[in-house]
Design a protein around this ligand. Structure first.
Ligand code: GRF
Length: 188
């Protein structure tokens, strides 16, 4: 059984998808041992609704060191699911290869500092991009720079707005996140 710790900052729809696909067996041989938030957010409620242990460590300069104290030793994978704080290099390096993130764009484009949520979709629309999508990638010291694990794109139409784009990206996220997690955990 592989142990997953999930970090959240927001509504937690990706967290919910991971919980549901573990329950359905789509993600095999895994359990969510802990959900950690850097602020009050609905993601914590979702975890509590599934009797998953939660922790709230207020965002700020000590977040990474506090996180390091509570992450179970036997954690196989740390999943950033709509997590907005930037983890410190020493934390990222001590868990190298075991931290993944989902980003609402086709990295390496539209990634980096400040590129989250609607900022991404606004930039894609303003640039008149013909496609967008989502990327699951390993977390490294640089923001959104880690090797991609899985990426899926869709066509951006003339009528798309940042809001319709967000909707389409979320759908793709829910599709690729479980597949990427299975891949990283070594499930077939
Ligand atoms: C998702 O779009 C994800 O790509 C980004 O933050 C958003 C989180 O949504 N990192 P949710 O909290 O999972 O609903």
């Amino acid at each position: 059984m592989k142990n997953i710790v999930i970090l959240v900052s927001g509504s937690g729809t990706n967290l919910q998808r991971i919980i549901d696909t573990i329950d359905s067996g789509e993600i095999q041989n895994a359990k969510v041992s802990l959900v950690v938030a850097d602020r009050e957010c609905y993601g914590l409620e979702r975890a509590k609704n599934h009797n998953i242990k939660t922790a709230l460590i207020p965002r700020g300069k000590n977040f990474s060191s506090e996180l390091g104290k509570i992450i179970p030793e036997n954690t196989d994978l740390i999943v950033l699911a709509g997590f907005l704080s930037i983890l410190k290099p020493e934390f990222v390096e001590s868990w190298a290869g075991k931290i993944i993130n989902i980003h609402p764009a086709l990295l390496p484009k539209y990634g980096g500092k400040g590129m989250w949520g609607h900022h991404v979709h606004n930039a894609v629309i303003e640039a008149k991009e013909k496609e967008s999508g989502a990327t699951v990638h390993f977390v490294t010291v640089g923001i959104d720079e880690g090797e991609a694990i899985l990426q899926k794109s869709f066509e951006v139409t003339e009528s798309d707005t940042p809001e319709t784009l967000a909707e389409k990206v979320h759908k793709i996220e829910y599709e690729i996140f479980p597949i990427a997690i299975n891949k990283v955990l070594g499930n077939n």
